[in-house]
Ligand binder design. Structure first.
Ligand code: SF4
Length: 337
């Protein structure tokens, strides 16, 4: 199975309840950013730029749990910033698991081996390590030698300790699809349980880097579609956790309408609206984010800021929620294999 049975069962039950209640918009994944501080400064990371003034602040565990309670999402993606340098990360993960939620603990992996004793393996916990290429490429993107070695050492240690580990790879304009095939072979040998691919497109927070250095790594929609058609040919048979419907969209083979409301972002400034990537304002509550945002005016063809966006947290939920008939069957087969 692509995801543990517990995740499939809890998501199916949750979706059925929401459908029966005829709720039009509801959360699937809470993007929880307990802090913005990080031990790296990677090419393409918007957070260290957009939230530079808040980098020394962090959410309390109580505030994180209150946000989760308020929105009720069945899955929490703990991101940031680097969550493993959040001082209360062990307690936060334990408290969320105690509430029977599923967690993607997103990390650059640098401190993973050292911090593993803070956690216990659980079918509802995935450690999600960011790796953008093999050693030379990844160290260049993260701006520091030794990051690839530390992250892969962390993956080995986590697998040896019985954790579920997946990886997330951002695909830039310069990314060599063949290198991603080599990377995925390597990660498969390490026993990684799932491989995720994300396209890099230039949104406000990264395009407006004062140095202007990051500009040329971001792709336009046609570039993303071409790159992902290559990737599908090279790595389509791997254990991808990118759904087949979303992958079709990434290849330009089908349209999807953005469902950013399903993956809301909560951080020290509040509920980030309208989405993970662009910021109009921060809201005090998830309900206020839902009610105050004109969702029908967002998305490619509607808002110029969305024109090249194919981001996972906006369109993977759209793929899941829109799947019917043959697509639903494809999703079921994908999950079962
Ligand atoms: S398409 Fe959706 S996820 Fe992408 S930038 Fe626009 S609102 Fe955000």
């Amino acid at each position: 199975m692509r995801f543990p049975f517990s995740l499939t069962r809890s998501m199916t039950g949750y979706l059925v309840r929401k459908r029966l209640a005829r709720e039009k918009r509801f959360p699937l994944v809470l993007m929880l950013e307990p802090l913005f501080a990080c031990n790296l400064r990677c090419t393409g990371c918007g957070r260290v730029r957009e939230y530079a003034d808040w980098v020394h602040q962090r959410l309390s565990v109580e505030a994180c749990l209150a946000a989760l309670e308020e929105c009720g999402a069945p899955i929490v993606s703990i991101c940031g910033g680097e969550p493993l340098i959040y001082p209360e990360i062990g307690e936060l993960v334990g408290q969320i698991l105690a509430r029977r939620k599923h967690i993607y603990l997103c990390t650059n992996g640098v401190a993973l081996a050292e911090k593993l004793p803070l956690f216990r393996p659980c079918s509802r916990l995935f450690i999600n390590v960011h790796l953008d290429g093999m050693e030379a490429t990844h160290d260049a993107i993260t701006g520091r030698p030794g990051v690839f070695a530390a992250a892969t050492a962390g993956i080995r240690a986590a697998k040896a300790a019985g954790f579920q580990v997946c990886t997330n790879t951002t695909v830039y304009r310069q990314t060599d699809a063949q290198e991603i095939a080599v990377l995925f072979e390597y990660l498969t040998q390490l026993g990684v349980d799932g491989l995720m691919l994300s396209p890099a497109y230039g949104y406000e927070a990264v395009r407006e880097d004062a140095a202007g250095a990051a500009d040329d790594v971001f792709m336009t929609r046609p570039e993303i579609e071409e790159k992902f058609r290559d990737l599908r040919r090279l790595v389509g048979g791997r254990r991808l956790v990118t759904s087949p419907v979303y992958f079709d969209f990434l290849c330009g083979h089908r349209p999807l309408q953005c469902a950013a409301w399903a993956n809301p972002t909560y951080n020290v400034c509040g509920w980030k609206g309208p989405c993970y990537l662009i910021t109009d304002r921060h809201h005090e509550t998830y309900r206020e984010l839902l009610d105050a945002t004109d969702w029908d005016r967002l998305g490619p063809g509607r808002d110029p800021r969305c024109e090249h966006c194919l981001v996972h947290c906006g369109f993977e939920p759209a793929a899941v929620l829109s799947a019917k008939g043959r697509d639903l069957a494809r999703m079921a087969v994908w999950q079962m294999t």
